[in-house]
Design a protein around this ligand. Structure first.
Ligand code: ASP
Length: 325
């Protein structure tokens, strides 16, 4: 063998060792799912359930890290700027599509800076209050809020959070602004609602169902078009007197833009397996949600949904914008 040939073989060997192995070996170390809200809240709950089930399929640890702040935009930005190697991914919700209309300057582009992996689920929201807030139903709540607008407090997880969006829509619907109290997630907001430190909020059933069932908080409505099987006695906002009031919190998994296709495909496979996991299905049902169907748990369907939601919310948010603080 000539010297030239040896050099060629060595180069070829190095190339083969690098290229396909990179994709085949993935994942070769733990993966971190960034949750852009506090631990113990609804996004965190969904992420931890998914992490556990995806980890079994990926045969690697899947860790959850809470990067909370600025209504979910801080955690999203962390992932937008992370190495596109499939080891740092994001589980985020509807806020991915509403933040672009709410922030004058976002440090990332929601539709361009991520590789979508797939949709996870759709979670209803509930309008809830501290257990001793006087109103007994939605009609009374609306009157109460109007009459006490200078002292009533509404908890949310910051500008860009689903709880912020829902509160903004509620205030706009009843044409009354109240004081908002922002938290880094509705986990801590729920603690203050339970402790009677804030009056009301709107949050995912993944955080409120067990507290509602235990009678620890009051519930006025679910925000979906139809009633939620896990909370069959709770009227929809529409039934309760807020015509056309619907918000569903969809979740999706994202990798940074530039993540190799085989890595995204591997993560997508793990997502699909996790969505069929019996524990995930059961826990989702208990918490008022269900896994995304196979045809929605794809990078393409997720990207299309994200873009459609950005277009949907932009004019609605601009119209309700005076209630955005
Ligand atoms: N439910 C929160 C929200 O308002 C987020 C969270 O704490 O998971 O978006």
């Amino acid at each position: 063998m000539t010297h030239k040939m040896i050099k060629l073989f060595v180069a070829l060997g190095a190339f083969l060792a690098l290229q396909p192995a990179q994709a085949q070996e993935y994942p070769s170390k733990p993966i971190t799912i960034i949750v852009p809200f506090s631990a113990g809240g609804p996004t965190d709950t969904v992420a931890r359930l998914m992490a556990q089930a995806m980890s079994a399929d990926l045969k690697q640890q899947v860790l959850v890290e809470n990067v909370a702040g600025a209504g979910g935009t801080q955690g999203a930005n962390r992932v937008a700027k992370a190495d596109p190697d499939g080891y740092t991914i994001l589980l985020h919700h509807i806020g991915m599509s509403t933040a672009p209309a709410l922030y004058r300057k976002l440090p990332y582009k929601a539709a361009d800076d991520f590789a979508t992996i797939g949709l996870v689920n759709d979670v209803p929201m509930t309008i809830v209050a501290r257990h001793d807030l006087p109103p007994k139903n939605m009609k009374e709540l609306i009157d109460y809020v109007k009459q006490n607008k200078d002292k009533v407090t509404y908890a949310n997880a910051g500008l860009g959070a689903a709880s912020h969006l829902c509160g903004m829509l509620f205030m706009s619907a009843i044409n009354t602004a109240v004081t908002t109290v922002p938290y880094k997630g509705t986990g801590p907001a729920m603690n203050d609602l339970l402790g009677g430190k804030v009056d009301f909020m709107c949050d995912q059933t993944t955080n409120t169902t067990s507290q509602i069932k235990a009678g620890k908080i009051k519930v006025y409505a679910v925000t979906t078009k139809t009633r939620v099987p896990a909370l069959p006695d709770v009227p929809t906002a529409q039934e309760a007197g807020l015509p056309g009031f619907t918000v569903g919190v969809w979740h999706g998994l994202y990798a940074p833009k530039g993540t190799p296709k085989p890595v995204v495909e591997r993560l997508n496979k793990a997502l699909k397996v996790a969505l069929k996991d019996s524990n995930v299905k059961q826990r989702f049902a208990d918490l008022g949600t269900e896994p995304a169907a196979d045809n929605l748990a794809t990078p393409e369907a997720h990207l299309a949904h994200l873009k459609a939601q950005i277009a949907l919310w932009d004019p609605i948010i601009k119209k309700a914008g005076e209630f955005a603080d």
